[in-house]
Design a protein around this ligand. Structure first.
Ligand code: AR6
Length: 171
């Protein structure tokens, strides 16, 4: 089982093998954490993303980190919250699982997740944290040869930070 850590930081600054981006289906940048990652990684990131042909909700694609300290950026697309009747929880869990699969295929030891879908996409924060932790736990339970040893849950806002600290203190 990997070690989990909750931190209150800017994900673009972390020296980990892979950071995860909460992108949109175009993968061509946006606001929030996506905008911050594109600004920090530089214009080569956009050039690399242009070659990826977008990404389905719940799936993920990878690029190098370019100017940020992380080796890789795993771009995933979380669901837009629309009341919970459109598979939002399953799609959000898929984002975490696919990101871990991709990072392990690249032999990463450490990965940092933002709180996917909990900003512009409006996913309720408590529910999103529960889905995130369950999905990551399930991945390590089911996967036979994972390389990830450290998972960082990067909480940029105080509410998410508190939610994750509370949840992790109980496991
Ligand atoms: N480091 C870590 N977390 C951050 C940072 C940062 N530098 N900046 C923001 N967050 P959001 P979404 C947190 O809106 O809800 C974009 O326009 C933020 O506090 O970035 O998945 C994309 O292009 C929040 O908790 O992503 C899509 O169109 C979390 O990151 C859309 O937003 C996610 O908020 C995706 O929406």
């Amino acid at each position: 089982m990997a070690a989990y850590q909750v931190i209150n930081d800017d994900i673009t600054k972390l020296k980990v093998d892979a950071i995860v981006n909460a992108a949109n289906n175009s993968l061509l940048g946006g606001g929030g954490v996506d905008g911050a990652i594109h600004r920090a990684a530089g214009k080569e990131l956009l050039e690399a993303c242009l070659l990826l042909d977008g990404c389905q909700t719940g799936d993920a694609k990878v690029t190098p980190g370019f100017l940020i300290p992380a080796k890789y950026i795993v771009h995933t697309v979380g669901p837009v919250w629309s009341g919970g009747q459109r598979n939002e929880e399953i799609l959000l869990a898929d984002c975490y699982r696919r990101s871990l699969e991709i990072a392990c295929a690249l032999k990463c030891n450490s990965i940092a997740f933002p709180n996917i879908s909990t900003g512009v996409y409006g996913f309720p924060k408590f529910k999103a944290a529960r889905v995130a932790l369950d999905a990551v736990n399930l991945y390590f339970k089911k996967s036979k040869n994972y390389t990830i040893q450290e998972v960082y849950f990067v909480c940029f806002d105080d509410i998410n930070f508190q939610i994750y600290k509370d949840m992790l203190s109980k496991i």
